[in-house]
Structures are given as structure tokens and as C-alpha cells.
Design a binder for this molecule. Structure first.
Ligand SMILES: [Zn+2]
Length: 102
């Protein structure tokens, strides 16, 4: 996982909030790649970023952090749901026929 402040540039429009920001992350930088920025923008916001269109390819730190927080929140929810599903499944089985545990 790369750190957000390693990917900073100055004076660009954020692709997500459209504000002009002094500190942004370029969507196709190595640092953005490490935090899967383009992937998260598409998955959670439906925003497609292409290298060869005329739209901004930078994201401000505030949006990048919100996106990251949202991603971690969704991951947590998925993990909890998995645990609940597993518990529910093992509860419905006979006590000596529990599925294998890792
Ligand atoms: Zn922004």
C-alpha cells in the first residue's frame, strides 16, 4: 500500500469533486496504482478514467481518502457478512457434520 502524500502534484482539477486543488494524485501514477485509485473510482463511483480522453486525470487528497475509507468500510461489511453466513450455515448443519474449519 502506497502512501497518499507520495503521489502529490500541484494545481489540478479533481475528477471526482471538480474542485481545483493544489495537491492531487494523478490517476496513472505509480502511487495511484498502489492504492488502486482507478479501480476504486470505477467500482464505487462508476467513474471511468482513460488516459486519452479530455477529462481530468487527477483526484484531490480529500476524495482519494474518502474513497479509500469507503473501500475499507465495504471490505469490513463483506467480511462481517461472510462470517455471519458461515455461522448461519454451520448452525443449520448437524453438530457432528460441521464443515471443515481453516
Ligand atoms: Zn476531489
Amino acid at each position: 500500500m502506497g502512501s497518499l502524500d507520495q503521489a502529490c502534484l500541484t494545481g489540478f482539477i479533481c475528477r471526482i469533486c471538480c474542485d481545483l486543488n493544489k495537491i492531487v494524485i494523478h490517476a496513472f501514477s505509480d502511487e495511484a496504482d498502489k492504492i488502486k485509485l482507478v479501480h476504486l473510482m470505477y467500482d464505487f463511483l462508476g467513474v471511468d478514467v482513460y488516459l486519452n480522453d479530455n477529462l481530468p486525470k487527477t483526484v484531490c487528497l480529500a476524495c482519494a481518502m474518502k474513497l479509500r475509507t469507503h473501500y475499507e468500510w465495504v471490505q469490513m461489511i463483506r467480511k462481517v457478512k461472510k462470517n455471519i453466513d458461515r455461522r448461519r450455515n454451520s448452525d443449520s448443519e448437524e453438530p457432528n457434520q460441521k464443515s471443515e474449519h481453516s
